[in-house]
Design a protein around this ligand. Sequence first.
Ligand code: ATP
Ligand code: MG
Length: 437
Amino acid sequence: MIQKVISPKTDKLTAVKGMNDVLPPQSAMVEWLESKVRKLMARYAYRNIRTPIVERTPLFVRGLGEVTDIVEKEMYSFEDRLNGDPLTLRPEATAGVVRAALEHTLLYDGGKRLYYIGPMFRHERPQKGRYRQFDQIGAEALGFAGAEIDAEMILMAAALWQEIGLHDVRLELNSLGQPAERLQHRKALIAHFEEHASVLDEDAQRRLYSNPLRILDSKNPKLQAVIESAPKLLDFLGAASLAHFDTLKLILDANGIAYIINPRLVRGMDYYNLTVFEFTTDRLGSQGTVCAGGRYDYLFEQLGGKPAPAVGWALGVDRVLELVKASAMPEFSPKLDAYAIVTEVAALPIVLQTLQALRLAGVSVQMHSSTADGMGSMKSQFKRADTSGARYALIFGSDEISAQQVTIKPLRTTHAVQHVQSLADVADWAITLQSDA
Ligand code: ATP
Ligand code: MG
């Protein structure tokens, strides 16, 4: 293990490469998206699940598959300092959700619809749309076998694009069939790649016999021709798998959801079977996958539990927001109702008491506060009030305080007029404010 010595005085305390701070006002965008998602999930009857960020490493090795990019080279793994347990910062959340479902026998009384929002960790080369800590929003429907749930998942994502004003994400669909079908395809695939062994890169050669399906997911441009001509898994599917796929397509057609069948579409984890899908865009270069998912009917067993069918997707918050930013910009930042201008230090107790009453009545108020130079002039406070975007200035001057009043001055409209309000019934103003909001 490599140990770097930190000299506390000279080393700059910067964030870890690929792990970003989200500052206001950008953080308001994240909150905006999250609030859209929470409302949407509620309408589809999905409930929030919160699993730990740290899990035991074998969960991911067994769940995602040993010969996957994530397990081979992207996991942040370490040993628990106290007992040596191998632990990993979650690179994705599906494995953790299934672990939790098993651990708490969540499916004892039927299927469960769940969603999560939170950070994931992968040691990737940082670039736009690809980070080492990134937020995902994901949905998982556990215990349901039919293609109608695959459709519900896709419709839910499509509804989200509509809600947030994204109109140019494409849906790509494929079916990975069942393990027995994949085995037949695998033989044909190995034969095909053996024939073209000379063009395979190092990764592909290593995976030729361990996990040849993964070669299809290679992003190496030199491999695209040999991937293009490889035998298609769809041609190996039996009647039941095809029927599942057909039902899904029928439901999507009935809902006017356009899709492209992409027979090369495989996903980065080994747990998928039958339906897999990706929502993609051309606007993010090679980081074009915005949301991805599929069915994983064997993961429960693989993690040592009673078999249960399941399907889910995850979307990358950064990539989605990147697209939103480039589209019509909605109003993200919460609007401020009022800015409190305070000239008398002696009045602070009554000012804070008044503001507390207003906030409890639902009014958002930013209070002018002193800096090392003091409170500042009335004029400079008004400037602050103006740039704050608040609709009203609440003026707590000496005249007002001695009369037990506050002057309420509209900052944005010409038709509203300035008035004084007695401090005792300042909460009444909150009611008029709500009615003209
Ligand atoms: P890609 O093919 O772009 O590497 P993936 O197959 O690894 O994506 P998943 O693991 O299925 O992606 O994750 C779902 C979504 O999470 C992706 O579509 C993407 O939007 C987002 N995502 C994945 N990895 C990153 C990352 N390193 N940084 C930011 N977002 C990511
Ligand atoms: Mg990846």
